[in-house]
Write a protein of this length. Sequence first.
Length: 177
Amino acid sequence: MDLATALRAFVRIVERGSMTAAASDLGVSQPAVSKLLRNLEAHAGARLIERNSRALRPTAQGLSLYEAAGGALAVIDAALEGVRSDVAAIGGSLRLHGPACIGEGHLHRIVANFQDRYPDVAVELILENRSVDLIHENVDLALRMGPPADQNTIVRRIGFSRRILVASPAYLCRRTG
């Protein structure tokens, strides 16, 4: 059971006084809201809503949970909205350096997806097969293969590249004598 979804449904049921209205607000079916309520009641080990043919009302335990959950969900929603606005506010420039062999096959697509998500970030993609001095060349992020050039660099492994040297037996015989 997704506890957050069940709590959201429960709060809407109490606020609207109806499972049908709560379902409409949440964009789900009335049976789905009913199931969420049953699961929440089972999880809580208590009946949270008194039901009859004409009305719904919270029990004492339900009212207590409503007051706590409503406040907690409001705090969570505010925190998530803050994160969304921070993401929306991301802007500036990003200089990215990587080897041409990786960039041509992968980085162009990754950078395009990044710019779709963060259109206010100007990305300069530098593809060349040499190590750069990040500070001297004003590079924000570099992709490299092999060990780091200096110990002051923060390194995160994002993958590996396996290389295999192969040769035919006849070629090896000709070259080794």
